[in-house]
Design a protein around this ligand. Structure first.
Ligand SMILES: NC(=O)c1ccc[n+]([C@@H]2O[C@H](COP(=O)([O-])OP(=O)(O)OC[C@H]3O[C@@H](n4cnc5c(N)ncnc54)[C@H](OP(=O)(O)O)[C@@H]3O)[C@@H](O)[C@H]2O)c1
Length: 325
């Protein structure tokens, strides 16, 4: 029987259990995928610890790639044998075989491997909506992007460069700063040592930035607001350091009539058409080699606990994939 990861309780990496599962035939609107690689994402940690709650017992993971091995009724765009990937499935991507709603699955172009597909679908679709939908960058902006050496971060650095945007990244070590720079960041601030607001003011010659993309959350919230121009946009899209809570709206007035949004990728790709359009945008940049997929760590499915530990303790850079072959 195929193997998968299950959790019966919220907690540390020890709650991740490898089990055997019976995968039924796909229902209407579903495809069954024999997976070759699975993507690891910070959101998986929120679902493991219970910061975000599903129902228990539960699978984990949103992102994977493999081959369609069965097709349920009423699926039009996929057939058995198709190479596919997805980044917004129901919980349960940490599995050798699984059923996924077909509307969330796209065909993987020939030039993109299964590992690459699993490494970029969730993170790359996130960069897509952040840069092309939430605040549509035009190419002449200077922006601030936190955790620039991370999974979403290294894709964002390359995407910004491709758009002609000057991305100021933040990172917690000199090695991570160098990696972000090598991937297209215009400048990188080591936020473990440097004063981010002062550096942003210096780098922008006093202008500050029109938009901040902040996946770090609690630790950077106020710093991010202080880096924004009047009427700028704060895009708070994650909680790597903990969630932002208890915000007094008046702070947005005090700091310059700011706008704030707390977006999620799922709301931007909630139909097959939107998913396909965003994926096409992403795949085009990968195939044109403007975005190189940076898989910096690989773990076997059974070593998922180690993978979670590494991501949670800031030991990873770029994308991490779970290998199944
Ligand atoms: N809303 C959405 O649609 C959406 C979609 C995808 C991802 N996200 C969010 O985007 C962020 C990045 O996701 P990812 O999967 O690519 O992860 P990641 O960036 O590879 O890993 C998180 C990074 O956050 C930084 N960080 C800062 N404070 C931290 C702390 N206290 N603990 C752990 N890490 C800390 C670390 O980089 P440094 O060591 O350089 O600080 C770490 O490497 C996450 O917050 C995630 O939830 C949101």
């Amino acid at each position: 029987m195929p193997k998968a990861i299950r959790i019966d309780a919220y907690g540390g990496p020890e709650v991740l259990k490898l089990v055997e599962v019976d995968v039924p035939k796909p229902e209407a609107g579903e495809v069954r995928i024999r997976q070759h690689a699975v993507g690891l994402n910070f959101i998986d940690i929120y679902y493991r610890t219970g910061l975000y709650k599903g129902s228990l017992p539960s699978g984990l993971g949103f992102e994977g790639a493999g081959v369609v091995d069965a097709v349920g009724p009423r699926v039009k765009h996929l057939k058995v044998g198709d190479r596919v990937a997805y980044g917004q499935s129901p919980l349960g991507a940490y599995a050798e075989v699984r059923n996924v709603p077909a509307a969330q699955v796209v065909r993987l172009p020939d030039g993109i491997s299964f590992e690459e597909g699993a490494a970029i679908m969730l993170k790359g679709l996130t960069a897509q909506y952040l840069f092309r939908q939430t605040y549509r960058l035009q190419g002449n902006e200077t922006i601030l992007f936190h955790a620039a050496a991370g999974g979403v971060g290294l894709i964002a650095c390359q995407w910004a460069k491709a758009l002609g945007v000057k991305l100021i990244g933040t990172a917690s070590t000199p090695e991570k700063a160098a990696l972000a720079k090598a991937n297209g960041a215009w400048a990188v601030i080591d936020y473990s040592k440097e004063n981010v607001v002062e550096r942003v003011i210096e780098l922008t010659k006093g202008k500050k930035v029109p938009v901040v993309y902040d996946g770090v959350g609690k630790d950077t919230w106020e710093t991010s607001l202080d880096c924004l121009q009047q009427r700028g946009l704060m895009v708070s899209f994650g909680n790597a350091s903990g969630p932002v809570t208890g915000v007094n709206l008046g702070i947005l007035a005090q700091k310059g009539s700011l706008f704030v949004t707390r977006p999620m990728v799922g709301h931007h790709v909630n139909t097959l058409e939107k998913m396909q359009a965003a994926a096409d945008d992403l795949f085009a940049l990968v195939l044109a080699k403007k975005i190189k997929v940076r898989i910096e760590q690989r773990f076997r499915l059974e070593n998922i606990g180690e993978a979670h530990e590494a991501l949670a303790t800031r030991k990873t850079t770029g994308s991490t994939v779970l290998t199944l072959d």
